[in-house]
Design a protein around this ligand. Structure first.
Ligand code: NAD
Ligand code: IPM
Ligand code: MN
Length: 362
């Protein structure tokens, strides 16, 4: 593909399992929306995860990382699968995501979760509770127990083993992600819930105190509350409407966002944007929150909406084009309102037919 100097450069990384299947439908949507909006886009593709391990022995090949750093935005599918589960952590498919987040310093993983009108009855929550769910989870993405040192597995003389990881957060890491959360809350309902376990963890205590101080110093217009992570999980299921923006650690954010996914009706619906400083320069990373779904991969039945909605976030956060973003979101809502359902939502549509429904709505 020729490179036009004013065209947006997108790096598309489908990955493993259902990744390529849902990406195919997303690229159809991209083609249509960019074409209609007159947005020039140059698409490059690359191998990551297990596919890259099989082809060249590394989950995030150097040239893919270099191209990620040079492009305007990265659209990521999903990686991982049983085939690669016995590899050491540095060599696993999941390192592709962790490597991109950390090498691009994308410390804020934004995971919006809301219930589409037509899906309120697909939520495990009572309908009126489901309708009240509209939360933005701001998950710290480059620190915490995912990256803390020391980590490892040691074997003792008696043959017993100890696996260990370190949860660690310093003030600057907490401040930058909390600042992103406060800024996002300003454009929403003006409330931040900061989530940790300050009752049992030193890192949680520093987290709480740092967020409290930042809020008092720079964001007196935002309502701030603190909550323990276990209680937060319970409150999300009991009274989801009380949350606007949740800011939390890498691990707690991972768990709470899968829970939020289930509450919307399917994990397959949730997109994410992984960004640095709000308003700063990219490249940013866009990925659904679900994984490669090995149990259904290859069958053409995965729900592509989380991936398609990640493209909407790419238009909004990287290309700063609100109308194409909103157009994609409206088309997904309209497809669902028209009854389009993949199996995870209790329907019969294939991945491709769901793509057709979104294109028809466009
Ligand atoms: P998963 O998210 O892949 O699947 C959990 C369940 O949700 C499965 O039953 C799956 O079929 C279903 N599901 C997920 N996405 C769906 C979709 N779009 N449509 C319909 N159903 C969907 O989580 P897992 O099974 O715990 O992990 C599988 C692999 O994916 C592991 O190797 C894991 O490390 C990896 N993973 C990758 C990412 C990523 O690439 N961003 C995220 C999470 C997990
Ligand atoms: C996610 C995934 C990843 C994470 C894994 C695959 C590294 O679960 O994006 O939610 O834990 O961050
Ligand atoms: Mn996850």
């Amino acid at each position: 593909m020729t490179t036009r100097s004013n065209a947006a450069r997108l790096l598309v990384l489908p990955g493993d399992g259902i990744g390529p299947e849902i990406m195919e439908q997303t690229l159809r949507v991209l083609d249509r929306v960019a074409g209609e909006a007159g947005v020039a886009v140059d698409i490059e593709t690359g191998l990551v995860g297990g596919a890259a391990i099989d082809a060249c022995g590394a989950p995030l090949p150097d040239d893919v990382l270099a191209r990620a750093k040079a492009c305007d935005a990265v659209l990521f599918g999903s990686v991982g699968g049983p085939k690669w589960d016995k590899l050491g952590f540095d060599l696993r498919p999941e390192m592709a995501i962790l490597g991109l987040r950390s090498e691009l310093t994308l410390f804020a993983n934004l995971r919006p979760a809301m219930v589409f009108d037509s899906l309120a009855s697909a939520s495990p929550l009572r309908t009126e509770l489901a309708r009240s769910l509209d939360v933005m989870i701001v998950r710290e993405a480059t620190g915490g127990v995912y990256f803390g040192e020391p980590r490892g597995i040691e074997t003792r003389p008696d043959g017993s083993r100890r696996g260990f990881n370190t949860e660690s957060y310093e003030t600057s890491e907490i401040e930058r992600v909390a600042r992103a959360a406060f800024q996002i809350a300003r454009g929403r309902r003006g409330k931040v819930t900061s989530v940790e376990k300050a009752n049992v963890m030193e890192s949680g205590l520093v987290w709480r105190q740092t967020v409290e101080a930042l809020g008092a110093r720079e964001f007196s217009d935002i309502a701030l509350e603190h909550m323990y992570a276990d209680n937060c999980a319970m409150q999300l299921a009991r009274e989801p409407g009380r949350f606007d923006v949740i800011v939390t650690t890498n691990l707690f954010g991972d768990l709470l966002s899968d829970l939020a996914g289930a509450l919307t009706g399917s994990l397959g619906l949730l997109p994410s944007a992984t960004v640095g400083e709000i308003g700063g320069e990219g490249p940013f990373l866009f990925e659904p929150i679900h994984g490669s779904a090995p149990d259904i991969a290859g069958q053409g039945i995965a729900n592509p909406l989380g991936q398609i909605l990640s493209l909407a976030l790419l238009f909004r956060w990287s290309l700063r084009l609100e109308e194409p973003a909103a157009q994609i979101e409206r088309a997904c809502a309209a497809a669902l309102a028209g009854g389009a359902r993949t199996r995870d939502l209790g329907g019969e549509l294939t991945t491709r037919k769901m793509g057709d429904a979104v294109l028809a709505a466009l």
